[in-house]
Design a protein around this ligand. Sequence first.
Ligand SMILES: Nc1ncnc2c1ncn2[C@@H]1O[C@H](COP(=O)(O)OP(=O)(O)OP(=O)(O)O)[C@@H](O)[C@H]1O
Ligand SMILES: [Mg+2]
Length: 480
Amino acid sequence: MNTSLSLENVADAVRKAFRAWFSVSGKEENSLGFLQIAKRKLSSLPSDSQATNLRLTANSILEEALTELENQEGTESDVEPDKFLSPAKLMRETYLAKKDALQIALAYGYSRDHIFRLRGEAINKIAEILLEKENQTRAEIIGELEKALPPKTYRKLFGVEQAKQQVLAQLLPASSTQIITITGIGGIGKTALAQEVCQAILPEFAFERVVWLRVDRKTHLGKATSPEVSFDEWVLRLAEKLLPEQDHLYQRVNRIRAHLNQRPHLIVFDDLETEAEIRTAIIEIQQLDVRSKFLITSRAHTDASNVFAYPMRELSHGETLAFIRYLVEATQPSLPFTQKDAEAIYEIIGGNPLAIRMVVDLARDLPLKVILEDIPQGKIKETEKIYTHIYKKTWEELQDEARAVLMLMPMTARAGTTYHHLAEISQLPVSQLAQAIQELRRRSLLEVTHEGDGEIRYSIHRLTENFIRKEILQQPHDAS
Ligand SMILES: Nc1ncnc2c1ncn2[C@@H]1O[C@H](COP(=O)(O)OP(=O)(O)OP(=O)(O)O)[C@@H](O)[C@H]1O
Ligand SMILES: [Mg+2]
């Protein structure tokens, strides 16, 4: 049951739950089942009798709320003779002692109407107490779930609202879609969209957990792995995250199916590499036959039935211009940037967000004409050439220290590295390293993210890594 969180709904649920105080029907609507405070309590009880658990949970929530109401009453009026009928006492008399309104009215010397009014007020007060607790619990749960998501590399996304709503709709419990693919060229924003969607789904509480998995290609460099082996690796990593207490990998993998079936999870496979990998993943997931949902991002695209495929397109003319305006205002307000400049970028680069960001960064030091000259026209098939061109121009502008740091980055973990590690491997004095980091960041070459624990991490985009490996370090393997 998906009931929205309004005072009216909670009050209604409170009334039903009090009425069912002595009934073990197993009905969620009679036992505050839509509240996260109830779900939390339920999950800590042994799972043998769900109906009894629901009742015990609801009654203990109501009992706690009554106690809190009594505490509030205690401070409001301290003249409390036996004859005084407080709202909490009225609730106990009505629902726990099962006295009817007339009985109570006579015992306390009130009219029946007064009793009904007082009961309505008591229910509203209890609903207010529960609503506050529920909001607090929801914020805590969202905070916990958020920790599973990678830190964001953007402040604001442009042109993704429609895509976000479409993908989000597939993730809601009302949709039977189990697998969603987000595909498109490098730097188009697949990972960013997946992050945005995951973040937006959290307040729906549709999933017990979100698990974000990303393959570190460096471990594969030089090794050709089959799609099956590669999928097994994803499952192993999933099992490691979800069932860390199981000693044996074999047991973990065996139990993963049951786990994903009992409790709906959202699993993100960020960056499946090849079409064969996606195809294998889809087949294997469908065979798993679980209630959980899977979100896959990949540069490769495949047509498969029973999969919701979202191919990402470039930003439109209007979206690109809005993005450029935002970038200039947010990062370089002093730049004499005109509408004509923005038009020129769109004309030649097209609507690829990462490429746009790098060009705007470069425009700080180079005339736009120089940046854009010799770039092949912005057709999708030429994207790689466009990137190589922008990266080369950016590289030429870098100071030696920034170059040195950038060349080290492909050797660090994809998830990012710390300042201390960078200081250690670069051997640069503090002031030079700090300058190099700032320069790289300013040129969108270094992603600087703040982790939940307050740690700052430095990482590079896959396209940047590719450029460094291929063009600068001249390594034979393509990291992308
Ligand atoms: N719609 C957007 N508006 C603004 N910035 C964006 C948008 N989409 C992506 N970005 C930014 O562009 C960069 C590239 O995005 P992202 O990493 O999501 O691309 P990707 O498609 O996953 O690339 P890859 O194929 O290499 O994994 C990121 O820094 C991201 O923050
Ligand atoms: Mg990506």
